[in-house]
Write a protein that binds this ligand. Structure first.
Ligand SMILES: Nc1nc2c(ncn2[C@@H]2O[C@H](COP(=O)(O)OP(=O)(O)OP(=O)(O)O)[C@@H](O)[C@H]2O)c(=O)[nH]1
Ligand SMILES: [Mg+2]
Length: 303
């Protein structure tokens, strides 16, 4: 299966929703008049694209029709696809700088898929021949540490961990020392990152960042917010809240396979200033792909 097909398959639920709903609308068959535009806007909103992005897309369609006089379904859908790709932005990947220690901080609310994505990333980077180490800086509960250790075993990656309730920053300190001693290329830090209290989160992450700046001042540090597609508009709220609390570099969206709400990527991208770079398409170690805006738009909008 090619990359595009794998991506499409992972998005099957979302795709089925779009294709079947789309077929029900008048716009599917004919021209985009006022009524069908309303119907289409409603579909965008029900598809979790969010109101601001939906309005933007409708305005884009109206401008196109005004300018060209062409309100046929095919030409409008081309314009929609183009606009969706613009909203999603250019395809980007996490930048890994060769010859440096690269530190990836996993943040995000409970259960979004931070630990799973950390494990998948470790596996990916190892298969690319990179030296990887992980830090169990989610010390909030014992199970979290065990879960990361299990991923360490699955992927043959060293995991630096202290006990439950220990200081996350001191785990990160030890992990940096281990990474430096071993000449690691990539350190993946699984944080608790819970937003139960913005002040706590900021304090915890700024403490981790202080340790990194002190102990590994030359490191390439990137923060990756993990959001869960099945939570729909909550993912949008989380992205907003985290953007205010943390310097985010990237977004990763998980559980696209389990959700018909994949349109939320459009809502999130419309608001976020950082790109979606990863797509979680299942629970397995192989089920992580670079997010591809073109493939995503095509999966949703082509029948
Ligand atoms: N279907 C599917 N399940 C996923 C995906 N990513 C993660 N999961 C599942 O979601 C659940 C939660 O994932 P975790 O990785 O434990 O999430 P977390 O953010 O580390 O959670 P906490 O440590 O509790 O904050 C697990 O059962 C994962 O297997 C995905 O892309 N697709
Ligand atoms: Mg976790």
């Amino acid at each position: 299966m090619g990359i595009f097909d794998k991506f499409k398959k992972g998005l099957e639920k979302t795709r089925n929703f779009w294709v079947s709903e789309w077929k029900k609308t008048e716009a599917h068959h004919g021209k985009f008049d006022e009524e069908t535009l309303d119907e289409f806007e409603e579909l965008l909103v029900r598809g979790d694209c969010g109101v601001p992005a939906a309005e933007d897309i409708i305005t884009t369609i109206k401008d196109h029709i005004k300018k060209t006089g062409d309100d046929s379904r095919d030409s409008v859908m081309d314009v929609v696809k183009q606009r969706v790709v613009e909203i999603l932005g250019e395809k980007q990947t996490i930048d890994i700088v060769p010859g440096k220690l690269n530190i990836i901080l996993m943040v995000g609310v409970n259960g979004t898929g931070k630990t799973t994505t950390a494990g998948k990333l470790a596996s990916r980077y190892k298969s690319e021949g990179k030296k990887v180490i992980m830090a169990a800086a989610d010390t909030f509960r014992a199970a979290a540490v065990e879960q990361l250790k299990a991923w360490g075993e699955t992927t043959s990656t060293a995991v630096i961990a202290h006990g439950e309730g220990s200081d996350p920053a001191s785990v990160v300190y030890d992990a940096i020392k281990a990474a430096q001693a071993r000449g690691s290329d990539i350190l993946i830090v699984d944080t608790a990152g819970r937003l139960h209290n913005k002040k706590n989160l900021m304090e915890e992450l700024s403490k981790i960042n202080r340790i990194i700046n002190r102990e590994a001042p030359d490191a390439n540090v990137r923060s990756l917010l993990i959001i869960d597609a099945t939570t729909g508009q909550n993912a949008v709220l989380q992205t907003q809240a985290f953007s205010e609390a943390v310097d985010l570099d990237y977004l990763g969206i998980t559980k696209l396979d389990g959700s018909a709400k994949g349109g939320v990527v459009i809502a999130v991208s419309y608001l976020a200033k950082v790109p979606v770079v990863l797509a979680g398409l299942g629970e397995g170690v192989e089920d992580l792909m670079d997010f591809d805006p073109e493939a995503f738009a095509a999966s949703l909008l082509e029948d």
